[in-house]
Design a protein around this ligand. Structure first.
Ligand SMILES: Nc1nc2c(ncn2[C@@H]2O[C@H](COP(=O)(O)OP(=O)(O)OP(=O)(O)O)[C@@H](O)[C@H]2O)c(=O)[nH]1
Ligand SMILES: [Mg+2]
Length: 473
């Protein structure tokens, strides 16, 4: 028997053994968490990623796709029976149908399993035959990560912090403050009053979020899901009672509900979903924050620091005790980069890096590899160059969301040095002095997808390579 035949024969045996053992015992699972604050682009990201992993023609920078190592990709029932399935088909139909539109906002955690048949190239790795790698994608709101910070706060401490912040948000918090001024925390508890106060506090959080502000705890107030109206979600911060509040008072019941929120809302989420994640992408609408102004950028920086705290095991002893494994890779992606001509993308990435630097400097990611990128999960624009103020500037053109008209758009030049944005934000400037940064909402462009191609994107393939590439080789 020649060397080649021996190799073939071994290969066949290994293949058979591998197929049997593989089917029975070992099919690796990658659990990819996708998070970001509300409207950051999570649903569009997951939909386009899955579509582009199934039809890989637009994924040249994902090596396993370009080399042909990924032989097939298909959706499977997910392993977690009690988590809602990510509604991939409906979201894809929205984005790529005859009248393309953005998907609905998401109210809860959801999950999807994509299975990949992978046949690595090369003699040694080829011996084992194709193997199946399962990719479990979990979509969850970044606001829920912010809640981690509540675990080591008392109700009194949380109330004080929240009300101090509300005091700095003049106009937004006026109705809430008026309601609280008229409230006696030591008065006997009444459900009607609790509901009114919780409603007022939620309205304040909604207004803060609409103004582009990021710090909006408790995260579940904005996205209550099936828990809407339950006592654990019906509380609000109160001014200090001045001494120990009596039993049966408003303060004591609010305090009890705050503790119930921690035990029955926050902890179960971290245990069931967060603790099992291997790879994480944090999506950030950096352009939206820049457009909203320095206060929004300042809040975004704070929120990112708080979000990153969740990836810092050891800081929170409860979290450290439930973590089954470490998150190995974390990608911070500025989304919606198709609002900018590509010549500006490096500046957006530099802004992302600067935004995260403080948080990263403080965080010990325990060996996790991190990266920052600018991406568009679904490219809704094309680029063009136009005269503007005596020079040629790079614009983008697309279909406007409000009236469907085609329009070219120049968002303003992002500074080369991100500190031009971060310094005024940190110093509390109310608005940008130097420039204005516009933003326009584009609708997804009508498209005819060619055989084997997923929806158009910007650097989704690089994002996938960073997040998954090493496990698909
Ligand atoms: N131009 C452009 N807009 C995008 C892109 N991704 C998201 N958007 C815009 O951002 C909005 C929010 O995107 P989603 O994917 O629904 O965001 P999300 O994080 O799932 O939002 P919630 O479920 O509400 O938390 C969309 O409705 C689009 O207007 C993109 O790649 N390009
Ligand atoms: Mg969503």
């Amino acid at each position: 028997m020649g060397i080649g035949n021996i190799a073939d024969s071994i290969a066949r045996q290994v293949e058979r053994a591998g197929a049997e053992a593989g089917a029975l015992f070992f099919e690796p699972v990658i659990r990819l968490g996708v998070t970001g604050l509300s409207r950051a682009g999570k649903t569009v990201f997951i939909t386009s990623l899955v579509a582009n992993l199934m039809d890989r023609g637009r994924m040249p920078q994902l090596h396993a796709a370009a080399s042909g190592a990924i032989r097939a990709a298909w959706l499977q029932p997910q392993p977690d029976d009690t988590v809602p399935r990510f509604d991939y088909e409906a979201h894809l139909a929205a984005l790529t149908g005859p009248t393309p539109h953005w998907p609905q906002s998401t109210r809860h955690v959801s999950q999807l399993r994509l299975s990949l048949k992978v046949q690595p190239a090369g003699l040694i790795s080829g011996l084992g035959g194709p193997r199946t790698v399962h990719l479990d994608i979990v979509d969850y709101p970044g606001e829920w990560l912010l809640d981690l910070g509540l675990l080591d706060q008392s109700y009194a401490g949380w109330s004080e912090r929240v009300l101090a912040r509300a005091a700095a948000r003049d106009g937004l918090a006026a109705p809430l403050r008026a309601a609280l001024d008229a409230t006696d925390p030591t008065a006997p508890f009444s459900e009607t009053e609790a509901q009114t106060l919780a409603g007022g506090y939620t309205a304040y959080l909604d207004a803060a979020r609409a103004a582009g502000l990021s710090d909006c705890t408790p995260g579940r107030f904005l996205l209550p899901g099936e828990m809407a109206g339950s006592p654990a979600l019906t509380f609000a911060p109160l001014p200090p009672p001045g001494g120990r509040a009596p039993r049966g008072s408003l303060w004591r019941e609010m305090e009890r509900r705050f503790d119930a929120y921690k035990a029955q809302v926050i902890k179960p989420f971290f245990r069931a979903h967060f603790a099992r994640i291997d790879r994480q992408v944090v999506l950030v609408d950096a352009l939206g924050a820049i457009h909203a102004g320095p206060p929004a950028v300042a809040e975004l920086e704070t929120a990112m620091t708080d979000i990153l705290a969740a990836f810092r095991p050891g800081r929170n002893s409860w979290l450290a005790s439930i973590l089954g494994k470490r998150v190995e890779r974390i990608l911070f992606a500025a989304t919606k980069a198709d609002h900018l001509h590509h010549e500006q993308h490096p500046r957006l990435t530099a802004f992302m890096e600067a935004l995260l630097r403080r948080a990263r400097d403080r965080a010990d990611f325990a060996g996790a590899t991190t990266a920052a990128m600018s991406i568009a999960a679904l490219r809704a624009t094309v680029e063009e160059t136009r005269p503007h103020g005596g020079a040629e500037v790079g614009c983008v053109r697309g279909r406007l969301l409000e009236d469907g008209r085609q329009a070219a758009f120049y968002p303003g030049a992002l500074p080369e040095d991100p500190n031009v944005l971060l310094a005024p934000a940190r110093e509390g400037a109310p608005r940008w002095l130097e420039a204005d940064y516009e933003i326009m909402s584009f609708a997804p462009a009508p498209m005819t997808l060619r055989q084997g191609e997923g929806p158009p994107h910007i650097r989704l393939d690089r994002a996938a390579e960073f997040l998954l590439g090493d496990r698909l080789g």
